[in-house]
Design a protein. Structure first.
Length: 364
């Protein structure tokens, strides 16, 4: 009468032993267990329930300083720039903050979709800034700077006041004011599990084609000649991480032979500005403008200081008055190295004068 229970117990012990053996067996030369320190270094994600959020804080005022130094050259002073990336801020209202749904997302005639209109959780902002920003030097912001920049963005959107200090202790309360907090759904049945109770099928249908199938379209994009080199050589502006390979936009489309090709500046190079008959006095005026706007603190006339020498810039962009004027005001990074040039508080007229001088070879 005890025969079968004994057999069952023996089988259970054997299975337990095999499982333990499989879990503990080492395979020489094939990897190793990650150390606790390595796991901690990779485990940096912040979930919507704020699990993983490090302790810390950052003020809106601090965030503005960091923003103007490390963010504004791509995103604009107020997060409105559409020059490099889509705008971050705009399109939300005080009513959206109350309802948690952005009304402009339902309007077909609304001209754009900013980040703050779409994002549902403040943890998404914090996590992405922490992981990926600044674009040219990701993961270099301190915890305080990430809190501060996130707080500044929320302030630009009218979610928090000017004197606000964002921290791990109050971020859950801020979440209750996110304009599109109720705009995300998990009812799409595409989550790979039952965490959200998804018992319905996705609203998609696919039929496998076996005969007379439509040829798969080939998609391609290109830069028109007039815009090809409008923002400098893309191949010199690659991010330091990832597989992005920017095209060498100083050369014609399809020409990758660096030994024989010549820079493609004609397509985007406007005619040289007319030189003044009184060039010496004009040059002195330009040098005075450079000094007035503290340009020479970072750019020597003939040598690099922080940024490239002015004569070097002039050689790279002959005749490109409008391009240089925009870059002087907006700043940028990646063309001459990883150190960014912040946006400059300079009038358009003064920027145009300096740009004209550079486009004509930076004469002394």
């Amino acid at each position: 009468m005890f025969k079968f229970p004994k057999i069952a117990l023996l089988l259970a012990l054997c299975l337990t032993s095999l499982t333990a053996f499989a879990q503990s067996t080492k395979y020489p030369g094939i990897g190793r267990d990650a150390t606790a320190k390595e796991v901690t270094a990779w485990d940096i994600d912040v979930r919507p329930d704020f699990k993983g959020l490090p302790a810390g804080s950052g003020s809106v005022a601090k965030g503005q300083d960091v923003w103007e130094t490390k963010c504004a050259q791509c995103h604009g002073i107020f997060g409105e720039s559409n020059e490099v990336f889509s705008p971050l801020i705009g399109g939300t209202t005080a009513a959206d903050i109350k309802t948690g749904r952005v009304a402009n997302l339902t309007r077909a005639d609304y001209p754009g979709r900013t980040t703050i209109m779409k994002v549902a959780s403040v943890s998404t902002l914090w996590d992405y800034i922490n992981r990926a920003m600044p674009w040219t030097n990701p993961k270099t912001l301190t915890t305080e700077e990430v809190y501060a920049v996130t707080g500044f963005m929320l302030n630009l959107a009218g979610i928090v006041p000017d004197d606000f200090v964002l921290s791990n202790k109050n971020i859950a309360e801020v979440q209750k004011r996110m304009p599109n907090r109720n705009g995300m759904t998990t009812a799409h049945a595409m989550w790979p599990g039952k965490e959200f109770g998804n018992a319905v099928k996705p609203d998609t249908q696919n039929v496998i084609c076996m005969t007379n199938c439509v040829t798969e379209p080939k998609l391609a994009s290109f830069l028109p000649d007039f815009a090809r080199n409008a923002h400098g050589n893309l191949s010199e502006q690659n991010r330091i991480v990832g597989q992005q390979k920017g095209a060498d936009t100083t050369r014609p489309e399809g020409n990758t032979d660096k030994s024989s090709a010549t820079p493609n500046t004609s397509a985007t190079t406007p005619p040289l500005a007319t030189k003044s008959t009184d060039s010496k006095s004009d040059n002195k005026a330009v040098l005075a403008l450079l000094s007035k706007n503290v340009c020479t603190a970072c750019h020597g006339i003939d040598k690099k200081i922080v940024g490239p020498g002015l004569t070097e810039i002039a050689k790279k962009y002959p005749g490109k008055v409008d391009y240089l004027a925009v870059k002087i005001k907006a700043g940028g990074s990646g063309v001459w190295g990883a150190i960014p040039m912040p946006a400059q508080d300079i009038s358009e007229a003064d920027a145009k004068i300096i740009a004209n001088w550079l486009a004509n070879g930076a004469p002394k």
